[in-house]
Ligand binder design. Structure first.
Ligand SMILES: [Zn+2]
Length: 140
């Protein structure tokens, strides 16, 4: 796996804590409405579909599909290896449930729209785990 020597660490809040910290256990946690089942990301205090405030982090499968991607050649921080992929992936749990992320552990030029990927986590310090995605050849 590509080692990234430095990344800015996101500020963890009560709303985002599960998203940033549960990666320590390999869990991708997405805010979900207990009343109607709708997932919302980024996490918020109110369900945008039904208005309920009964929202809480829930584990998802970590399976997703690339819906947009680009190959970057600029190392925005010292030590970053180039090229690298910035992508938007859509989680399989719900149409439109998307994360901006990196696709890692593959040829950057092999990443394409429609590619199945699976989450993994990169620790960046402060007990913060960034969800990144890798090709899911074995998904079945
Ligand atoms: Zn709802």
């Amino acid at each position: 796996m590509t080692v990234v020597p430095f990344r800015p660490v996101p500020r963890v809040t009560a709303l985002t804590e599960a998203f940033w910290r549960r990666g320590a256990d390999g869990v991708l946690a997405i805010q979900r409405c207990d009343d109607c089942g709708f997932y919302l990301h980024p996490p918020g205090p109110v369900c945008p579909r039904c208005g309920s405030r009964a929202v809480a982090p829930a584990p998802v499968s970590g399976d997703a599909t690339v819906v947009a991607c680009t190959v970057n050649h600029q190392a925005w921080y010292p030590g970053w290896e180039t090229p690298y992929v910035v992508a938007i992936v859509e989680l399989v749990e719900q149409p439109g449930l998307r994360l901006t992320t990196n696709v890692v552990d593959c040829d950057p030029y092999a990443v394409h729209i429609g590619m199945p990927v699976r989450v993994r986590f990169t620790g960046v310090g402060g007990d913060v785990w960034l969800p990144v995605f890798a090709p899911a050849e074995a998904r079945g």
